[in-house]
Design a protein. Structure first.
Length: 189
């Protein structure tokens, strides 16, 4: 058991028979007779939805042990993504809804960490940054202002990029927000 004041991002807890991953937690101490409060943003691991809640600091939550296994992405079939453990060759199917919107960035043999609780997969950890190729965008314009233009990636995802980016460029993308970060070293491939 862990008290609400000890919640930290990345922890997995069980509250009212639901399992949550702590995305953010901020403790606010109370004054006088007022007890402290922890404001937490939680992700429900069974539904994938987010929940923001304030807990009294002395409230006890059940901490759930979770582990990560590095697995290789194999293929997508219907609404499931299949992964394989490179050491044991064990394969598991994870619903695409659990993988999240980043599922469009899965490439064969891509190694990702799979979060597991009691042997069951509960999530897929993607890298923060990923290099992607621009499949189509307007011709480059070299300007001093900071205007942006739409660009389509090889997997058909649309993002906004600076004017100097051209078709065929490889850019670094912040996967959590689907935002352009910078041009990848080497420029075009």
């Amino acid at each position: 058991m862990v008290s609400a004041s000890q919640l930290r991002p990345g922890m997995v807890v069980r509250y009212e028979n639901q399992t949550y991953r702590v995305v953010a937690a901020e403790y606010h101490p109370g004054q006088g007779k007022m007890g402290g409060v922890t404001h937490a943003r939680l992700k429900n691991l069974s539904t994938g939805t987010f929940w923001e809640h304030s807990f009294r600091s002395e409230l006890k939550l059940e901490e759930v042990a979770s582990d990560q296994r590095a697995m290789d992405f194999l293929y997508r079939d219907g609404d499931h993504c299949y992964f394989m453990d490179p050491e044991t060759y064990e394969q598991i199917a994870i619903p695409e809804s659990m993988v999240g919107p980043q599922a469009v960035f899965l490439l064969p043999e891509m190694r990702l960490n799979i979060d597991q609780i009691e042997g069951e997969p509960v999530g897929v950890q993607f890298p923060e940054m990923m290099e992607v190729r621009i499949a189509e965008t307007a011709p480059p314009i070299h300007q001093q202002d900071s205007t942006w233009k739409p660009a389509r990636l090889e997997n058909s995802v649309e993002i906004m990029v600076p004017q100097f980016i051209k078709t065929g460029d490889v850019v670094r993308l912040d996967l959590a927000n689907l935002k352009y970060v910078d041009r990848a070293k080497g420029g075009t491939k």
